[in-house]
Design a protein around this ligand. Structure first.
Ligand SMILES: *[C@@H]1O[C@H](CO)[C@@H](O)[C@H](O)[C@H]1NC(C)=O
Ligand SMILES: *[C@@H]1O[C@H](CO)[C@@H](O)[C@H](O)[C@H]1NC(C)=O
Ligand SMILES: *[C@@H]1O[C@H](CO)[C@@H](O)[C@H](O)[C@H]1NC(C)=O
Ligand SMILES: *[C@@H]1O[C@H](CO)[C@@H](O)[C@H](O)[C@H]1NC(C)=O
Ligand SMILES: *[C@@H]1O[C@H](CO)[C@@H](O)[C@H](O)[C@H]1NC(C)=O
Ligand SMILES: *[C@@H]1O[C@H](CO)[C@@H](O)[C@H](O)[C@H]1NC(C)=O
Length: 330
């Protein structure tokens, strides 16, 4: 008899992917009931198999205890004439007993099936019947839904503080969040990760500009949000002025009479700078590039470029001095 039971145990290795332990029914000379605990992790709306030991008992009763309650309620029993499913089973999903076994199969796991299943099994051996209590602790997990990313400000001003939140509708905790940044050039990097669904960005700068997404993960799955563009508003920085043709003296830039001189102004800004040129404090031109064809000695003086960020209403200015020489001076 011992050999027969052991043999069966090896033939009926559990098929379920979620059951954590396997048992071998052995004869036990004592009268004591044998208690066994297993932990099964199922996913809502997915299938799960709950094993009642690894060999078919002669008699068994499956019961269910809802968390937070003490009552043990019958789900299905079989006293040798086939399984008798109780009404309670209807609340536990599409529940069936797998043929030629005492294992329960639940096809579409509802949240309500989260709880303690107990299979009381009796093996009628030649010497003595053995009684087993299999406690199957079923945890029903919910996959994370697709998160959506929220920013306190999608166009923050450089130097300000903002937050980003990864909103999740469903998902059994603990949930881990990963925050990704993708630059204009397509470089992707992880900027933060952890169990917080909110991150603060203090002292926002222009390098924070780009696409953001968050990825939420739990024990079941991982989902990524759509990406959201962050556009840092800044500037204008101090302008840079390029003079062509380039010629410097100790008094500043210099040019020869009748040359064509071009002054190009550039100041980093978002939105892009608007430019105004001044000659000796009088406005002479609007636009980044001021060109003087056939420059004369009378054009000697101070040239200033004013860059403006019309959105922030901020401005910055740079002045150069330009001396025009006659070829006859040389
Ligand atoms: C048999 O019973 C004893 C307690 O009397 C227990 O310690 C032992 O684990 C049992 N054997 C099996 C195989 O369960
Ligand atoms: C969250 O779960 C509820 C209940 O199962 C479902 O109705 C809803 O569609 C889920 N939401 C998302 C975003 O998956
Ligand atoms: C992209 O990231 C890699 C590694 O972090 C770095 O070496 C590279 O310079 C980056 N490229 C750009 C265009 O930022
Ligand atoms: C973000 O800042 C708020 C206050 O502005 C604070 O309550 C919160 O704890 C901060 N969160 C993190 C993750 O630093
Ligand atoms: C932005 O990134 C560039 C290149 O990595 C770096 O030189 C610059 O200092 C950064 N600017 C800020 C405001 O962090
Ligand atoms: C502009 O200023 C320069 C130097 O201050 C001076 O030499 C020049 O005459 C001025 N030009 C005009 C048109 O005022």
């Amino acid at each position: 008899m011992v050999a027969r039971l052991l043999g069966l145990a090896f033939l009926f290795l559990p098929i379920s992917l979620v059951t954590c332990t396997t048992h071998v029914v052995q004869t036990n000379q004592s009268w004591e009931v044998v208690y066994r605990d297993t932990y099964v992790y199922g996913v809502v709306n997915k299938a799960v198999i709950l094993e009642c030991g690894s060999t078919v008992p002669d008699i068994y009763i499956w019961s269910f205890t809802k968390p937070g309650t003490e009552a043990i309620k019958a789900v299905v029993w079989d006293l040798g004439k086939g399984p008798r499913i109780q009404k309670l089973a209807e609340t536990l999903g599409k529940l069936t007993v797998i043929s030629n076994s005492a294992a329960l199969s639940i096809e579409k796991l509802p949240l309500a099936a989260h709880g303690l299943f107990t299979c009381q099994a009796i093996y009628d051996t030649e010497q003595e019947p053995i009684v087993y209590y299999y406690y199957v602790h079923l945890t029903v997990r919910v996959p994370v839904s697709k998160p959506y990313l929220l920013m306190s400000d999608v166009s923050p001003v450089e130097g300000s503080t903002m937050w980003m939140r990864c909103n999740l509708e469903n998902g059994t905790g603990p949930v881990q969040y990963v925050w990704q940044h993708e630059t204009r050039t397509g470089n992707v990097s992880t900027i933060a990760q952890g169990d917080s669904s909110v991150i603060n960005v203090t002292n926002v700068n222009r390098n924070h500009t780009g696409w953001y997404r968050c990825v939420a993960s739990n024990a079941v799955n991982s989902e990524s949000s759509n990406r959201l563009w962050l556009d840092t508003i800044f500037g204008p920085d101090i302008p840079q002025i390029d003079v062509t043709p380039y010629s410097m003296t100790e008094r500043g830039y210099s040019a020869l009479e009748r040359e064509t001189v071009s002054l190009l102004c550039q100041a980093q800004s978002n939105p892009a700078s608007q430019y105004v040129w001044f000659y000796n404090n009088s406005q002479v031109y609007s636009g980044p590039q001021f060109t003087i064809t056939k420059i004369l000695r009378m054009h000697t003086g101070d040239y200033a470029c004013l860059a403006q960020n019309t959105y922030l209403n901020t401005r910055s200015k740079k002045t150069i001095s330009l001396t025009v020489y006659c070829e006859c001076d040389l």
